[in-house]
Design a protein around this ligand. Structure first.
Ligand code: ADP
Ligand code: MG
Length: 216
């Protein structure tokens, strides 16, 4: 489904050039649950954002159904980001002045998705939080809201950037179970983490070190 080929990304830091990703290649098949582990600074977020269409690599291609997403015209790249990809982040990135329900509704592109919100809230034990604002939620509730927002539009794959980084072990396993459920229902997952809480779910594990894949 996705072929990541020879991705290199460099950042300028003052006069120095820092290589965040160095010739990274791997395949993502439909239904995969891929975990990417590596120390802080190893390039995990850069990799995820490159796959999600947010960071243009200096070299290499991200092939989605055999087409390079960075060869798309802007409108098609926007469509890829909006319709194919769901994102969750360690810091939730919920909009503070919108309720749980409204945060999720914003990510819907069709009425039938809006009609499913109630069921997802129920499944994620958030029904009573429906009209609360992010500041009134526990961290576990915030991340479950962000999870529903990421998948409500029916994305083909979920990109999760250290989604359990702020969660206690109980909330961590609840979230990973929900992500696993999404995966079992046909969704493809790429999850990055600096430790390995998701190892039991993965179909493939990659390790990044200084921008290079050292094992897969
Ligand atoms: P990770 O998610 O594994 O912690 P990142 O992909 O965030 O790693 O970053 C990899 C390296 O690239 C880090 O050294 C980071 O400081 C650097 N980096 C990331 N984004 C930028 C940026 N926008 N400008 C300059 N350097 C960056
Ligand atoms: Mg990161």
């Amino acid at each position: 489904m996705l072929q990541i080929r020879n991705i290199t990304k460099k950042y300028k830091k003052g006069n120095e050039v820092f290589t965040a990703l160095d010739d990274v290649s791997f395949d993502v098949d439909k239904g995969d649950f891929i975990t990417v582990t590596g120390h802080s600074g190893s390039g995990k977020s850069t990799l995820l954002n490159t796959i999600g269409g947010l960071i243009h690599p200096d070299n290499g291609t991200v092939l989605y159904n055999d087409e390079n997403i960075y060869g798309y015209p802007q409108s098609k790249l926007d469509e890829y980001r909006k319709l194919k990809v769901g994102f969750i982040f360690q810091q939730f990135h919920l909009l503070p002045y919108l309720s749980v329900y409204e945060n999720i509704k914003m990510a819907c592109s069709e009425d039938k998705q809006v009609r499913r919100i109630g069921r997802y809230l129920e499944e994620c034990s958030l029904s009573e939080q429906r009209n609360k604002f992010p500041a009134q939620l526990s961290v576990g509730e915030k991340q479950r809201t962000a999870f529903i927002r990421a998948i409500i539009g029916g994305p083909e794959f979920l990109l999760a950037d250290e989604p359990t980084g702020n969660l206690d072990p109980g909330n961590c396993s609840i979230l990973l179970d929900l992500i696993s459920e999404y995966n079992k229902n046909g969704g493809t997952v790429i999850l990055v983490s600096h430790h390995e809480p998701a190892a039991i779910y993965q179909t493939k594990g990659l390790q990044l070190q200084k921008g290079k894949i050292i094992s897969q």
